[in-house]
Write a protein that binds this ligand. Structure first.
Ligand code: HEC
Length: 314
């Protein structure tokens, strides 16, 4: 069939023409794999100091503006576009691109890579450059967690830990947060922001005041809201976590707390068709079986007629 089409000269010309156009269009995309910037652009000096604050700001901007295509640096979870959005932690990319080059590429964009000139101001673009550069093994900027201010002048480090104490009398949850001191011992951690949540099937429901900090003794508490429904037993799981994961790490602790009991209506206990305790009303039973027989009866009739048809045809 195809050979017959190609035998006709007119069709052959059209087909080969289309094939050529296809080849050209794809090669023009693939051909752009090497993205160079001018010398002047590559030499632009980065005016934003690569300190922890700017890297953190850059990380947040990257999450919003870049991650959707480039994925998380080092995770290889970028979008499968052509050309592929480079993994920003790629060592080859980092060694071949100066800060100025990365800045220029973010500013100008190319094909599938959008321009961020109008979206992000210069400082924001440099902050992203600092974040990207923080994955450069050679020039790694020490991204040390900010020391937590402690009244005694002592500075605490990770790991941090939370202990919970649930008080049934006033239905409140007390959290005790500790960090590690220079000697490696756990000591109370003041001024740490703590989040209180009730765990749900999907997500977490926050309770208590927003942004509460631990006091001098590393203590903080929140009242369990009385109006949260918690199943027949009136129980729920409360989760307490340290808000700033960058500094403290993913630290959380859970415990069971009392909330409002909810009567669960058990369908088998109450009136229903199948129950043995309380009969369903007779009209419901008749309607139910009426519909059942009606539907299945019709189906059986149709099948029966089909068989008859087949027999008659054979
Ligand atoms: C819509 C998807 C998309 C978004 C959003 C996006 N990029 Fe890109 N990016 C790409 C693609 C595709 C390329 C490859 C472009 C090319 O080579 O022509 C690329 C290339 C780049 C390059 C050059 C890589 C190299 O190997 O030279 C850098 C740097 C870059 N992006 C940074 C960013 C930053 C920073 C952001 C966020 C501010 C961002 N991109 C947002 C798709 C995207």
């Amino acid at each position: 069939m195809i050979r017959r089409i190609f035998m006709k000269k007119k069709w052959f010309t059209i087909y080969s023409g289309l094939l050529l156009i296809l080849l050209f269009s794809t090669s023009s995309v693939f051909g752009q794999s090497d993205w160079k910037v001018t010398d002047a652009q590559a030499k632009i000096k980065n005016p934003v100091v690569a300190d922890e604050a700017s890297i953190k700001a850059g990380a947040a901007l990257f999450q919003i503006n870049c991650k959707s295509c480039h994925g998380d640096p080092g995770k290889g979870n970028g979008l499968p576009l052509v050309p592929k959005p480079t993994d920003m932690s790629n060592a080859d990319f980092l060694s071949r691109n100066s800060d100025g080059a990365i800045f220029t590429k973010i500013t100008e964009g190319r094909v599938a890579m959008p321009t961020f000139k109008a979206v992000l101001n210069e400082t924001q673009r440099w902050q992203i450059v600092n974040y990207i550069r923080s994955f450069d093994g050679n020039k790694k900027v020490a991204a040390v967690p900010a020391p937590v201010k402690v009244k005694k002048g002592e500075q605490l480090n990770a790991p941090y830990q939370i202990s919970l104490n649930y008080s049934v009398e006033d239905n409140s949850l007390h959290a005790f947060v500790e960090g590690t001191n220079a000697q490696g011992a756990f000591v109370p951690a003041p001024d740490v922001e703590v989040g209180f949540f009730i765990k749900r099937y999907f997500g977490k429901l926050p309770f208590g005041d927003k942004g509460v900090l631990t006091d001098d003794k590393g203590m903080v508490q929140a009242k369990i809201p009385a109006d949260i429904p918690g199943g027949e037993e009136g129980k729920a799981i409360a989760l307490v976590s340290l808000s700033d994961k960058d500094i403290f790490g993913d630290v959380s602790e859970e415990t069971e707390v009392n909330v409002k009991p909810v009567e669960i209506v058990n369908l088998l206990d109450k009136r229903s068709l199948w129950t043995v305790r309380v009969m369903a009303p007779w009209w419901l039973i008749i309607t139910y079986f009426g519909i059942l027989i009606g539907v299945w009866g019709t189906l059986a009739y149709v099948v029966f007629q089909l068989f008859k048809l087949k027999k008659a045809g054979a």
